[in-house]
Design a protein around this ligand. Structure first.
Ligand code: SF4
Length: 298
């Protein structure tokens, strides 16, 4: 089974043509600014929006005391909830939802196949994202093989924060890698993501050596990497690789604030200011002077 928290059809902002984005759960990193906090846990997650809760109480009648009423408020004890599936579709007002569903390869394929005419018309395809899609294992490989048999273009958004032996399995299957390059400094990378920058940079070089073209994506995050020194260093690293087809800058926004609240998680970046596209112009110009095609994404 593959654990998916969203299948987003008709996307036109994530690569060529009309795309279907498949969002997988589970990620080896914990980026402090992460826009998809519901993706981090590999298992389905309970999300609760107190503002639209009518306290009908159906959710309190099932489970193991994981959801209780206290001072006229619902309290979610996530540690006590061992099986989130009992809460699937339990809430009539959708204040309580389960993010993430286990799906077979066939079920995902059936969703994707509905959009084949759109891929054919637009040169689109499927984008695997998350979370970290490449940490899904053998069933993801099976899904990609099925997509290739149907002639569907497959992109994957990845942090490359995985053993190279895992990434290597995908090199000849994925048509286009969209790879995050967050920071080059190990201490800062570890402080803000819990991961290891050296592993990522080594994997960039190994991916480059395979000769496959890939896109470098730079999330631009205030207080983390939004300085000339840090971004110029990131651009220099990308420009030193031979097979980068373009570099994309993704300015920070704090739109995920509500999702953190619904997951009962703290969001340390919730009050950071958004970065305007115009603030990134010096970096796109620098990247272009270094010979890289450069874009600012939404
Ligand atoms: S790699 Fe992506 S999904 Fe994983 S924690 Fe970082 S921003 Fe979130």
């Amino acid at each position: 089974m593959l654990t998916v928290f969203n299948i987003q059809r008709y996307s036109i902002h994530d690569g060529n043509g009309v795309r279907t984005n498949i969002f997988f759960k589970g990620c080896p990193l914990r980026c402090s600014w992460c826009n998809n906090p519901e993706s981090l846990d590999p298992a389905p997650s309970i999300m609760f929006d107190e503002r639209i809760c009518h306290k009908f109480g159906e959710c309190r009648r099932i489970g193991n005391g994981g959801i209780i009423l206290e001072n006229d408020k619902l309290v979610i004890n996530r540690d006590l909830i061992l099986d989130t599936t009992v809460y699937n579709n339990i809430c009539p007002s959708k204040a309580l939802i389960v993010s993430g569903q286990e799906k077979t390869v066939l079920q995902i394929l059936q969703e994707i196949e509905k959009d084949i005419p759109f891929y054919n018309m637009s040169g689109g395809g499927v984008t695997l994202t998350g979370g970290e899609p490449l940490s899904q294992g053998a069933e993801l490989i099976d899904l990609i093989i099925q997509l290739k048999k149907r002639g569907i273009h497959v992109s994957a958004e990845t942090s490359l924060h995985l053993p190279w032996e895992t990434i290597e399995n995908y090199v000849n299957l994925i048509d286009l890698f969209l790879v995050d390059l967050k920071h080059l400094d190990n201490d800062k990378f570890t402080e803000y993501t819990g991961g290891n920058a050296t592993l990522v940079m080594e994997n960039f070089k190994k991916l480059d050596e395979t000769g496959r073209k890939f896109i470098v994506r730079v999330p631009v995050i205030p207080g983390f990497n939004f300085s000339s020194a840090e971004l110029f260093a990131i651009i220099d690293f990308a420009a030193g690789l031979k097979h980068v087809s373009e570099i994309n800058f993704i300015p920070f926004h704090a739109l995920a604030k509500e999702k953190y609240l619904m997951l009962g998680k703290d969001y340390t970046f919730g009050n950071h200011r958004c970065i305007e596209k115009s603030e990134l112009k010096p970096f796109t110009e620098y990247a272009e002077r270094k010979g890289l095609i450069s874009k600012i994404l939404n």
